[in-house]
Design a protein around this ligand. Structure first.
Ligand SMILES: NC(=O)NC(NC(N)=O)C(=O)[O-]
Ligand SMILES: [Zn+2]
Ligand SMILES: [Zn+2]
Length: 479
């Protein structure tokens, strides 16, 4: 497919210096609520001051105008499911690398998950350790989920008051010992603590059903692993979440839904008034079990990537708004942990790192299915901003809101290909995608943090401490 490469001269003004503050962004395609039109975004002190019809005025002296021609300017993406494993496991992923990947992917806000770092964010003092580690290291704005584990209910309200928007818990082993999973009684205690707050509780919703004995099968075959994580594990877990959500009226959110079989439970609970939302991820929407090669442990994640029929049902649920948002579940580890040589799916680390490719991964598949850029903004910006209580300042281009935006070419096709040696030294394409929609530049609160593979010279992202807002209507879905 031929694609128009926007030469610099077409952008109107000389390229801006990455890292500089921008006063005006001018484009023929600005995404404003439900229109895309020529406009100028006036920025001051990190906020959008106004959005006006596009003029052809030359910049007044010293004004920094970024004229991006026909490139699309849309709200910066808010990714509420990112595992940054610093402090303690920075070799898996640290704040600098994670937030650079985010900036390269048009993501202007991430919300860090409370596990894989040491210590995990499960107490107020651990949260402070996390904040100290992140300070001065983030290229995009960063908020933080707290964690619910057995017997830490006394820490929840203190962490809320310190600025976490909610908590994550696991209903099955999390993969790291210091973040144990919760049982039904733990959840009752946590829900009681959160009952009168505006916190949201996120669930890794799988419960153990002791199915499949991998010891008897070939661990390098993907189905050996897939058979140990059947749909029923998500279905039973989500049934439990739905009951608790209705019982306590605490906002609940199902992270990384993989099994479409759980959708009727979610639909029924929401019809009964449960403040329940659900996300799926880029990998469940773009990868299927039929295409995972023997030993391809880089595709291992929990819940697992399932078959093509299941994937079609996830897309249908996105279309009819049974699924509220799409995130990365960026869960990196060191290459060694993926056991690429012997390709053992059972023992390898579960997690897929896709932060920098989320936008083109989703858009490549979504545009073919008739989704619009407005759908993308709803699913990856607005609804995620609402989940983490940033909806009054992020997720849309509005006067008074943060000047967070991504500038991209939805029609630009580019290839991502990486080959790694693995599984009996066979060289297998790791990622071999032709993706639609390359990011040109990313702006965080009016500052150009990324432009054409270059990053601002220093991190300027803010650590976002989110205050408990007034009791907002517990509405879901979010449209
Ligand atoms: N400890 C993890 O990072 N776990 C993650 N791993 C995945 N998704 O495979 C997750 O979100 O459950
Ligand atoms: Zn999970
Ligand atoms: Zn995760």
């Amino acid at each position: 497919m031929s694609h128009k490469r926007l030469e610099r001269k077409q952008l109107g003004t000389p390229m801006m210096t990455v890292g500089s503050e921008i006063n005006i962004v001018r484009s023929n395609r600005v995404v404003i609520n439900n229109t895309i039109c020529p406009a100028e975004i006036i920025i001051s002190n990190g906020k959008i001051i106004n959005i006006v019809p596009k003029k052809s005025l030359a910049p007044s002296k010293g004004e920094k105008i970024m004229d991006v021609g026909d490139l699309v300017v849309m709200p910066g993406i808010v990714d509420t499911h990112v595992h940054v494993n610093e402090p303690g496991r920075t070799a898996w992923e640290g704040f600098q690398t994670a937030t650079k990947a985010a900036a390269a992917g048009g993501i202007t806000t991430i919300v860090d998950m409370p596990l894989n770092s040491l210590p995990p964010t499960t107490t107020l003092s651990n949260f402070n350790v996390k904040l100290q580690a992140a300070d001065g290291q983030c290229y995009v704005d960063t908020a933080f989920w707290g964690g619910v584990i057995p017997n830490n209910q006394a820490e929840l309200v203190p962490m809320l008051n310190a600025g976490v928007p909610g908590f994550k818990c696991f209903m099955i082993a999390s993969g790291v010992d210091e973040f144990p999973h919760v049982n039904f009684m733990d959840l009752h205690m946590a829900m009681k603590e959160l009952e009168d707050t505006e916190a949201v509780l996120l669930f890794h919703a799988e419960v153990d059903v002791n199915q499949g004995n991998p010891a008897l099968e070939d661990p390098t075959e993907y189905n050996t692993f897939l058979n140990t994580r059947p749909d029923i594990m998500e279905v039973q877990a989500i049934q439990m979440v739905a009951e608790l959500c209705l019982l306590y009226n605490v906002r609940c959110h199902i992270v990384h839904l993989s099994s479409a079989q759980a959708l009727p439970i979610i639909r029924e609970a929401r019809q009964a008034g449960a403040p329940l939302t659900v996300e799926t991820t880029h990998h469940y929407l773009t990868l299927t079990s039929e295409h995972i090669p023997p030993g391809g442990t880089y595709y291992k994640c929990c819940p697992p990537i399932r078959g093509k029929d299941n994937q079609e049902e996830l897309w249908a649920a996105l279309c009819n708004r049974d699924i509220d948002m799409v995130v990365s579940d960026h869960s990196p580890c060191t290459p060694e942990m993926k056991l690429l040589e012997d390709g053992d799916f059972v023992k390898a680390w579960g997690g897929i790192a896709s932060l920098q490719f989320g936008l083109p991964l989703f858009w490549t598949a979504a545009k073919q299915r008739g989704f619009t850029i407005h759908d993308l903004v709803q699913l990856m910006c607005k609804n995620t901003a609402k989940l983490c209580k940033l909806i009054e300042r992020k997720g849309s281009l509005q006067p008074g809101w943060d000047a967070d935006m991504v500038i991209w070419d939805p029609d630009k096709v580019f290839e991502v290909q990486e080959q790694i040696v693995h599984h009996k030294n066979k060289l297998t394409p790791y990622l071999n995608f032709r993706l639609h929609g390359e990011v040109f530049a990313t702006i965080v609160r009016g500052r150009l943090v990324y432009q054409e593979r270059k990053f601002s010279p220093k991190p300027q992202g803010e650590l976002l401490l989110i205050q408990q807002t007034k009791a907002e209507e517990n509405t879901a879905p979010y449209y």
